[in-house]
Write a protein that binds this ligand. Structure first.
Ligand SMILES: NC(=O)c1ccc[n+]([C@@H]2O[C@H](COP(=O)([O-])OP(=O)(O)OC[C@H]3O[C@@H](n4cnc5c(N)ncnc54)[C@H](OP(=O)(O)O)[C@@H]3O)[C@@H](O)[C@H]2O)c1
Length: 235
């Protein structure tokens, strides 16, 4: 395989750390960037240096705040700054990580912001690849907690397809090492399960027998009302 120079932005995050590991292991020259290395996607600080001479840019940043306005500002500003810096430095491939079904859930401020991020990349004129993943398996506890009210976990009547972060990172690294697809590739975990099952498994892992899981049509996923298959891989 040809050795490439690849800049990973968001390199200290859950997925970024693993993408750096995979790409480095495969013999690439990897520039791991985040605020701790002096690269800020909101101010643009350090971006030109981090991207100089790179064949590809991997954007696995995430907003520190999930509040609707803050997350919209994060993903629109970061994508705009990354596109500008990539153009100026001649980076030939923008790889971004997004979410399966992201354009079907406009009730969620977070999902609206990811759609806006995708659009800026798509319309930038840069060669690009967008990897859309289902929910990370590592977030099962956080998702369950977000639906917990006192001793009840109120879950939507919908499916979820958790994917291990390692598999997401492999897919993102594979996209970065490959040619731009100028489109979207979806990746999902091995099993589609109900939110009810996800919550029961999360509670069982923690040995928490104090809580009841209730399927509730009105329960939301981070603000979004889900249809049964909103978050799972398309057939
Ligand atoms: N959660 C899911 O199930 C799921 C599913 C599919 C796709 N995704 C997407 O996956 C992506 C990565 O998620 P993750 O969980 O790996 O994120 P994470 O662990 O929260 O990591 C976020 C990264 O962004 C960096 N960052 C934050 N603000 C920055 C700034 N202003 N300038 C530069 N770097 C900044 C952070 O480093 P510093 O704070 O050190 O700067 C960190 O490296 C997200 O875009 C998310 O939408 C998530």
């Amino acid at each position: 395989m040809q050795r490439m120079k690849i800049t990973v932005v968001g390199a200290s995050g859950l997925i970024g750390t693993k993408v750096v590991e995979v790409l480095t292991h495969e013999g690439n020259d990897v520039i791991a960037s985040s605020r701790s290395t002096g690269v800020d996607v909101l101010t643009g600080e350090g971006l030109a240096d981090a991207l100089a001479g790179a064949d590809a840019l991997v954007d696995v940043t995430n907003s520190p705040s999930f509040e609707a306005d803050a997350v919209m500002k994060f993903f629109t500003t970061s994508a705009t700054n990354l596109v500008d810096a990539a153009r100026r430095t001649g980076v030939g491939h923008y790889v971004a990580l997004s979410i399966v079904g992201v354009d079907g859930l406009p009730d969620s401020g977070y999902f609206r912001a990811k759609v806006a991020q995708e659009r800026i990349i798509r319309e930038s004129g840069l060669p690009y690849s967008i990897v859309r993943a289902t929910q990370f398996a590592e977030f099962a506890d956080a998702i369950t907690e977000s639906m917990t009210d006192a001793n009840e976990v109120r879950v939507p009547d919908a499916l979820i397809q958790p994917i291990p972060a390692d598999e997401v990172a492999s897919a993102v690294a594979g996209a970065a090492a490959g040619e731009p697809i100028n489109g979207i590739v979806n990746v999902g975990g091995p099993d589609r399960i109900t939110f009810e099952q996800l919550a029961r498994d999360a509670l069982a892992r923690k040995g928490d027998e104090t809580k009841t899981v209730v399927v509730d049509q009105a329960a939301r996923y981070y603000g979004a009302a889900l249809a049964a298959r909103s978050l799972v891989m398309p057939d």
